[in-house]
Design a binder for this molecule. Structure first.
Ligand code: ZN
Length: 249
């Protein structure tokens, strides 16, 4: 096989693996009778935006309803501010980011830096997802340096099982190499056409000094995933398939 054939074969394999980037959007554009819904569930204000902001915009362009869920209000995330003060500032930043992304924010009641996994929290997450009736849920990959990210991931995974796998589950990455690790994507979304709008949404998180963080971490990540997916900028995901053997029934 010459190099051109190899590249062609690799391209076919990548496209075939990209349920989220191809078939999901294509299906939606030919069937507008029922609007599909995606939930993006992150631990803190700025996690859904940085991990999935481009995908949120692409889903909105395809006519999906999108809800950005924040498990905490970022209470511990501003040095020198009380929990209440930080929660008020960061909740407002999340609402402003959601305006840029044209999606609906939902703020939950866990506390940043002190999130819990117990029967009540399992039920709370499950009930929220059950009430929203999503077609797809995106959440944190569980192998992550931040305890709140791990908690969020495990609560959503439990809801997926308890709700009888009623939605497609995708994991997103945040600051791979520092926070998410062992993240080997199965699916990609080309976000090149909305990359600047995603950046503007992320910059709404002024309290997090997002400008340098975005330029130094998020843009290189988007470009690296773009190299893998053969476009300028991409977001990458791990899809747990309901029919696969990775689900212990
Ligand atoms: Zn976070």
């Amino acid at each position: 096989m010459n190099r051109r054939d190899m590249l062609k074969a690799a391209g076919t394999a990548i496209a075939g693996a990209t349920l989220l980037g191809t078939q999901a959007f294509a299906n939606e554009s030919t069937n507008q009778s029922k609007k599909k819904k995606a939930l993006i569930i992150g631990a803190h204000p700025d996690d859904p935006e940085t991990g999935c902001g481009g995908t949120i915009l692409m889903l909105r362009k395809a006519g999906w309803n999108v809800v950005s869920v924040y498990m905490t209000k970022g209470e511990g995330g501003i040095v020198g501010k009380s929990h209440d003060e930080a929660a008020a500032i960061r909740s407002q930043e999340a609402r402003e980011a959601c305006k840029v992304l044209d999606c609906r924010p939902v703020l939950m009641t866990q506390i940043d830096g002190n999130s819990e996994v117990n029967k009540e929290r399992y039920a709370e997450m499950m009930n929220l997802i059950a009430a929203e009736k999503p077609d797809i849920v995106f959440t944190h990959w569980p192998i992550d340096s931040h305890p709140d990210h791990r908690v969020c991931s495990i609560l959503v995974y439990n809801a997926w099982r308890r709700l009888d796998y009623s939605f497609e589950l995708y994991y997103f990455e945040v600051m791979s190499g520092t926070q998410s690790t062992y993240f080997h994507p199965t699916d990609y979304v080309n976000i090149s056409e909305v990359a600047e709008q995603k950046r503007q949404a992320c910059l709404c998180h002024k309290s997090q000094d997002m400008g340098p963080l975005y330029d130094n971490w998020h843009i290189p990540m988007e470009k690296f995933r773009g190299i893998e997916f053969r476009c300028d900028r991409a977001e990458a995901f791990i899809h747990l398939r309901r029919d696969s053997s990775d689900i212990p029934l």
